[in-house]
Design a protein around this ligand. Sequence first.
Ligand SMILES: [Zn+2]
Length: 248
Amino acid sequence: MGLAVRCRGAALAIMVLGVLAAATAAVTALSEPRPSLPLAGLRIVVDPGHGGADRGACHFGDGLIEKQINLDMAFRLEERLGNLGADVHLTRVDDRYVSLDERAAFANRIGAHVLVSLHVNRYPSAVCFGAQTFYYPGSAEGRRLALLIQDELLRIDPDNYRQALPGHYKVLRLSAMPGALVEIGFITHPGDRRKLADFSYRERVAEAVARGIVRFASGENPEDPGEQPMPQQAAGERGTTENQTHGR
Ligand SMILES: [Zn+2]
């Protein structure tokens, strides 16, 4: 009996100590600044490509419409980047047409540090697959960003061999900050279509892009794969993928 009372007393004491500790921790959390997050202070524009009457690349048989995929991916990326401390802004948050000039002007106006444009690729035949990141030719920081994002994209898809490449995308050309354009996959490839339709794959892509941006923000210099295109790309693929449709 005496033992049981002592045990109850001890349990009560432990409970009181626990409550005190929790209260102290709460006060500490309120009074001290949060440990800085990896993207704190970074303003990022996430640009879901297309919208409104401009649907982008589509595969109606599989119900895949680029403008919808891009917007969904933008929301996923926004959430991750926000959790990492970034100040994230989207060029559109619903299904509307926004011109490439307006997208770039918005990023310039709000003083974004980084721009990431999201798209879905297409190719006349079903041979091309894999996510791929582009940067504006001559932009060293854009290239560093694209290489780091592409490195992360390759990690989530062992079959993907694509490298970051320069691309004359208008939205990148008109934006004053380092930017990258991510083609999430080829809508013209059956395997990529399965991935594009798979929300868990979209999550992995959003996480990969966010990790690439964190590495960029940390100042990391990626291993340089060089400018040599892959054999398939050398055979003319580069000039005919979706970037032709985005205006130059
Ligand atoms: Zn597109």
